[in-house]
Design a protein around this ligand. Structure first.
Ligand code: FAD
Length: 492
């Protein structure tokens, strides 16, 4: 396994294909610092003595090579692996106070592992062999990847083949003896500018005439023809503040301008039914990841709320306790349901374990519908200061410093410098460019609420519950009683 400095060195050698605000920049550009730090943390935690008791959580043994690898590059070989992935996601996300960046990678590789195998079984192709060959190299070199699933999609109600411009969903434009050429764009690609590899998969179910859009592959993030137009929220920390980080995100509109993919890295090419399955399988794994990162995010918001209560001297107030309990109910319900999803997981024909559809989706949905409410709780207890906090320069300017320190004092047990630190951190967490991104991610990341609703309703037998109701109401029904929802969710 490599260190974070080796990871950063690799980034510095990548081809310049990142555009931010009109400039072509390299990966050491200031705005990307927060995102790079998040990825670096996933390397640092492996060797950090503070996390020595979590080695089994943070690392795994590759089923392909028998080598010790970063668990973010692992393929789930058991229920225990699914449980540990969830634990790792919560543990690591807590350290950076938000998204840990590598779930898109682990979720797309696991989905590819399941679907390449099934496609080979059905069509006699050799995608799984290719995928495993690539994965071996990826794991051994301790690389990072993201997932480019979401197409730009044009007019929403139109299918890929109905769009006026067929490139609005990424597609194959040419098949050659040595590979394929693809054109199109993927959007919202989290951490794409700071990883080495992009895994590309379809975004939705595809019809028979949509073979050109049924494509999956992996590609270096700086490959010829790939351009990344990046949005990265600026994370500002006061000089000498002493806090870890800065942590932040970076999302890319990734352009594929007639990009060549060698056959070795093509994992699906025209099999429309499997394209849809791959889209759903990635979404399923990703929603399971949310059952780890969302509780971590709620842990952070719970801690922030408790800290604000302390700073304001209101910790003992009844309403504070009530709101903290509300937050805890959200994190633990989401996490607990994620555990259920893992325990109820199953072995796919490839040997890769898949979590339960119902529990993943209800958990992810519950997290999503609560996200703004959680920020609402924090804002309520914090008061308005995170919105109007004087700038860090004014804390240290000799002329304004005495006034700031006099008038920012609150709870006598909290040093005024810690009052400032607490408010500055909560400002970044809840009232900043980055906070807005996290809120939208909470709603749409892993699929919009509507997508979860479709998955839930597709896996739940409402007729059975109506049958229960009819029997209890004394209404005649021919349907026998079915013992449902005791853990037998249909498999993908
Ligand atoms: C911060 C962030 C990070 C993300 N990271 C990644 C990532 O790393 N990789 C990745 O691939 N994706 C990522 N996503 C994308 C995420 O999965 C999408 O945002 C989500 O699937 C919604 O797609 P959209 O943004 O195009 O919204 P839309 O699909 O346009 O949704 C807007 C509204 O239109 C509705 N709608 C859409 N289509 C239809 C239709 N045909 N009929 C009726 N209603 C419709 C939706 O239900 C929703 O209410 C990320 C998103 C965010 C916000």
């Amino acid at each position: 396994m490599i260190t974070s400095s080796e990871y950063k060195k690799r980034l510095s050698k990548m081809r310049r294909n990142i555009y931010i605000d009109g400039k072509l920049v390299d990966r050491e550009f200031k705005r990307l610092e927060g995102a790079v730090n998040v990825l670096a943390k996933t390397y640092d935690m492996i060797t950090d003595p503070e996390f020595k008791d979590y080695q089994d959580v943070l690392t795994a043994t590759s089923h392909l090579t028998g080598e010790k690898i970063n668990r973010f590059n692992h393929i789930h070989r058991s229920i225990e692996d699914l449980l540990t992935k969830q634990k790792m996601t919560r543990l690591t996300s807590q350290q950076v106070g938000g998204c840990i960046a590598r779930c898109m990678g682990i979720d797309s590789t696991n989905a590819l592992s399941v679907i390449t195998y099934q496609t080979d079984q059905k069509y006699g192709t050799e995608y799984h062999k290719r995928f495993e060959k690539w994965l071996k190299d990826f794991q051994s070199n301790d690389r990072t990847s993201c997932c480019a699933q979401t197409d730009v999609k044009g007019n929403r109600p139109w299918r890929p083949h109905e769009q006026k411009d067929p490139d609005l969903y990424l597609r194959i434009v040419e098949k050659k003896s040595d590979g394929i050429v693809v054109r199109g764009a993927k959007v919202h690609n989290s951490y794409a500018p700071v990883v080495e590899q992009i895994n590309v998969i379809p975004t939705r179910a595809l019809t028979k005439e949509e073979g050109d859009w049924a494509v999956a592959f992996t590609i270096p993030a700086d490959a010829e023809g790939v351009k990344q137009i990046v949005s990265a929220p600026m994370v500002e920390y006061p000089e000498g503040w002493g806090a870890p980080g800065p942590w932040g995100g970076a999302d890319s509109l990734t352009i594929f301008d007639d990009v060549f993919i060698p056959w070795d890295h093509v994992f699906l090419c025209g099999e429309t039914d499997m394209g849809g399955r791959l889209a759903l399988t990635f979404a399923l794994y990703h929603r399971h990841s949310y059952t780890g990162c969302k509780p971590a995010m709620t842990d952070v918001l719970t801690g922030a709320t408790a800290l604000m209560a302390e700073v304001n001297g209101i910790e003992k107030e009844h309403h504070v306790n009530e709101k903290l309990a509300e937050l805890i109910c959200t994190s633990e319900l989401v996490y607990g349901t994620g555990i259920a999803a893992a325990i109820n997981g199953y072995k796919s024909p490839s040997g890769t374990y898949v979590p339960d559809i119902m529990y993943c989706n209800v958990s992810r949905r519950h997290a999503g519908v609560n996200i703004y409410h959680e920020y609402d709780i924090l804002a309520d207890i914090a008061g308005g200061m995170p919105a109007t906090l004087p700038r860090p320069g004014d804390w240290v300017n000799e002329e304004t410093k005495p006034f700031i320190e006099k008038y920012m004092a609150r709870n006598p047990n909290v040093d005024v410098k810690d009052v400032l630190r607490a408010f500055a951190w909560v400002q970044g967490l809840s009232c900043s460019e980055n906070a807005g991104v996290m809120q939208y991610a909470g709603v749409h990341g892993g699929g919009s609420p509507r997508m979860e609703q479709i998955a839930i309703m597709g896996s739940y037998n409402v007729e059975n519950t109506k049958n229960i109701a009819k029997r209890l109401a004394g209404i005649k029904t021919d349907k026998p009683y079915t013992f449902d929802r005791l853990g037998n969710t249909p498999k993908l």
